[in-house]
Design a protein around this ligand. Structure first.
Ligand SMILES: C[S@@+](CC[C@H](N)C(=O)[O-])C[C@H]1O[C@@H](n2cnc3c(N)ncnc32)[C@H](O)[C@@H]1O
Length: 300
């Protein structure tokens, strides 16, 4: 079963009961391209100044700097905090929280999430490494995302080791044919291609994550029948991973284009319910470009 809710996740989450999900994965929008350069000014007394103030005195405006980065950072953390508090409230006692982010924001995010879940609940930083696109020539090319895993109770959580998909050994000749045939379990660095721009997995949603990454999280960190939540759902990748593995999915997004893509993506699935978005038509062509500008939802 898949439930899709259209709306701001802060409002939608407030309506869900405590401890009602086994697994929560989120991939919030970060670094949406627009920086909010807020110029800091102060005024000083100056007879030739450009402003008139108290008792008609003249003041000059002086620019003392710009706080673009700090403002962006503060806004993003302030945006995340109440949503991550909901994630903690909504997880069952043995539930897990996965937070997908990039290398610029991961450190600040970890400090924030530690303060909500507790440092002991931090289990792993997964590195999703890919190798696609142009190379930087003045620094190492950044080609990875970071996924932080928190277990609400670090002594009691779901980890289905036997369901981990196996990968080939780098030097199969060193381990013997039987082991080489079976493969090995991945470490905390997961090599996986991005969603191919021409492949059939592509939905047209600009920030779509690969099904392979989310399949692994769902398979190992939830049981069949469990409830999985993604409240920054985008194209609904985790909904597809969950439904194909017989988990229930609840998805939330505030962008009508995301809902349109999910309506098309889940059209062949059974037991899919859309809430608050009856008038949104399914996206027509998966290859159609969805404008990334529509993702600028909180003003960066
Ligand atoms: C990076 S995308 C998620 C992509 C997704 N993991 C996938 O595989 O397609 C982030 C999503 O968060 C949504 N979003 C941003 N702010 C939101 C809010 N306040 N409430 C609900 N959704 C929001 C955006 O519309 C966007 O679809």
């Amino acid at each position: 079963m898949i439930d899709v809710h259209f709306g701001d996740n802060l409002e939608v989450l407030a309506g869900f009961p405590d401890e009602s999900f086994d697994l929560i994965y989120i991939d919030p929008p970060f670094n949406t391209g627009k920086t909010q350069a807020r110029t800091q000014i102060k005024t000083v007394r100056d007879e030739a100044g450009d402003r008139t103030g108290f008792k008609g005195q003249r003041y000059q405006t002086v620019r003392i700097g710009s706080k673009a980065f700090a403002d962006t950072f503060t806004d993003f953390m302030a945006f995340l905090e109440p949503r991550i508090e909901h994630a903690h409230r909504l997880l069952k006692p043995n539930g897990s929280f996965f937070f997908h982010i990039d290398f610029r924001e991961v450190h600040y995010s970890k400090v924030l999430i530690d303060s909500i879940f507790g440092r002991d609940s931090f289990m792993n930083e997964l590195i999703w490494a890919y190798d696609y696109g142009a190379r930087a020539t003045r620094r190492w090319s950044p080609k990875h995302d970071n996924i932080l895993w928190y277990a609400k109770d670090p002594e009691n959580y779901t980890f289905r080791f036997e369901d981990i998909d196996r990968i080939p050994y780098m030097a199969p000749g060193l381990v013997g044919p039987e082991k080489a045939e079976r493969g090995k379990t991945p470490t905390d660095t997961w090599w996986h291609t991005i969603v191919s721009p021409n492949g059939k997995e592509k939905t047209g949603y600009p920030t779509q994550k690969p099904l392979g990454i989310l399949n692994r999280i769902v398979a190992v960190h939830s049981h069949p029948g469990d409830r999985v939540l993604d409240f920054f759902a985008g194209s609904g990748t985790i909904g597809e991973a969950a439904a194909r593995q017989r988990r229930q999915a609840v998805l939330v997004d505030s962008n009508p284009e995301a809902v349109a893509v999910m309506k098309r993506r889940f059209s062949g699935f059974q037991d899919v319910h859309f809430h608050g978005c009856e008038s949104i038509e399914p996206a027509v062509n998966p290859a159609a470009k969805v404008s990334s500008g529509s993702l600028d939802l909180f003003g960066f």
